[in-house]
Design a protein around this ligand. Structure first.
Ligand code: UDX
Length: 428
């Protein structure tokens, strides 16, 4: 099929590349000239494992192209809307990029009218797809569906190629059958439903996962007080098939582009309808305080951080991405600086982005360098290179052997045996 993808951010670019890999002829559209120029040269603006290689391969095979002009999508049968819906000042989803994409679709219909399916992949408040469908009703040739995306940064391409489920939200038979055909080669359970249900599935999934993490983080605080081990507790919980093992990892809190913005957008949506989502509200509160709770563990050992050197390992909001949006590391760096600590940070790829916000922090070339002379080392993001360390030489180079494991990823028993003072999250 001939497909256009409007918006080439995380979702749009991954969608474009994965559809091209699925044998469709794809054109990606974005307003930003420099981004399109970069993409046409086979360079990905985001770091995502395997994405750039796949991009180069699809460009080479002539399955994928990029443009800044919607008019170049004249031949497309399916238009994917993958623009960002960032958090507005009041916490609601800012739909201005979406509105711009809808007017692009209208202008395309004017210059090259034909039957097209418009697929909304952007995360949008419940009711948006129906509203757009009625706005576009003037053209009976347009068929609107909501088809939310569940990909995770760091494994985005893999998730797009092998999704956990495909949700097709539409009552429009043409849209439903075109999407079925488009995803023919993808083996995943299908949910055929209304646009509104599809939209809520996306928000509810993210809100539930965020709540699960906050539940475990709050339980980790209790676990710390009780002297129990939250990682063993989580393992024991996860073996219950009704609970499952995923997303039970206590840590320094969730970050990223989705959970923070989607949880507040859902709360706002609920409020607009006179409903209070109090559990979700609390989950956000726990998340906001979790990095600070983590630092309190450090303060217990080092009450005065003024002049102390602290190593911070990992800055991206999760491993395998250079994304620092809402990363817990930002709150941690801010608090450490406020307390007068000298910070040496390391991240395999996210340091340049963090340097722009915290220029006073020293950025090391390796975890070992960050730990040199440190009074304490903090694990904030569980990158492999921040977890698998030469502990003997690290211990020899630190001023004092204090380790604070914000991801419960370091080998606690081995480290204690080696003479480190080790503190995890809810893990004594
Ligand atoms: C999330 C959803 O998983 C994905 O389905 C949706 O499409 C977009 O939002 P993403 O934000 O890329 O994906 O990453 P995810 O792996 O979900 O992690 C989000 C945050 O939660 C990270 O900061 C991660 O470190 C944290 N996390 C995750 C925990 O603290 N504990 C866990 O057990 C799992």
């Amino acid at each position: 099929m001939k497909v256009a993808v409007i918006g080439t951010g995380y979702v749009g670019l991954t969608t474009a590349v994965s559809l091209a890999m699925g044998g469709h002829q794809v054109i990606g559209i974005d307003l930003v000239d420099s981004k399109i120029a970069q993409l046409r040269q086979g360079r990905s603006p985001i770091y995502e494992p395997g994405l750039e290689e796949a991009l180069v391969s699809m460009l080479g095979q002539g399955m994928l192209d990029f443009t800044t002009k919607i008019a170049d999508a004249q031949e497309a049968d399916v238009l994917f809307v993958c623009v960002g819906t960032p958090e507005a000042a009041d916490g609601t989803a800012n739909l201005s990029y979406l509105e711009a994409a809808v007017s692009d679709v209208q202008s395309l219909q004017r210059v090259a009218p034909r039957s097209r399916v418009v697929v909304i992949k952007s995360t949008v408040p419940v009711g948006t797809g129906d509203r757009i469908a009625s706005e576009l009703r003037e053209s009976s040739d347009l068929h609107i569906a909501s088809n939310p995306e569940f990909l995770r940064e760091g494994s985005a391409l893999q998730d797009a190629l092998q999704p956990s489920r495909i949700v097709i939200g539409t009552a429009d038979e043409t849209a439903a059958s075109v999407l079925e055909k488009l995803y023919e080669g993808v083996s995943a359970p299908r949910i055929a439903t209304t646009r509104a249900n599809a939209e809520l599935i996306k928000y509810a999934s993210n809100a539930f996962l965020a709540t699960r993490i906050s539940f475990m983080n709050e339980l980790a605080r209790l676990s710390e007080a009780l002297g129990t081990d939250i990682t063993t507790v989580a393992r024991g919980m996860g073996l219950d098939s009704r609970i499952g093992p995923e997303f039970l990892r206590a840590g320094v809190g969730y970050g990223g582009s989705c959970f923070p913005k989607d949880t507040i957008a859902l709360l706002q949506l609920a409020q607009q309808h006179g409903v209070s989502l109090s559990i979700l509200d609390k989950a956000r509160e726990v998340n906001a305080t979790q990095p600070i709770w983590f630092l309190q563990q450090l303060h217990k050992r080092l009450p005065d951080l003024a002049g102390k050197q602290i190593a911070v390992l990992g800055l991206a909001f999760k491993p395998d991405t250079d994304d620092i949006r809402e990363a817990p590391s930002l709150k941690i760096l801010e608090a450490l600086q406020k307390a007068g600590a000298k910070v040496a940070a390391y991240d395999p790829i996210a340091s340049p982005a963090v340097r722009a916000i915290f220029p006073q922090v020293q950025y090391a070339d390796s975890p070992a360098q960050a730990c040199q002379g440190a009074h304490a080392a903090l694990l904030v993001t569980e990158w492999k290179e921040c977890v698998e360390l030469d502990w003997k030489s690290i211990k020899a180079s630190m001023e004092s052997p204090l380790l604070f494991d914000g991801r419960n990823a370091w080998p606690s028993t081995q480290l204690r045996e080696a003479g480190f003072f080790y503190t995890g999250v809810g893990k004594s």
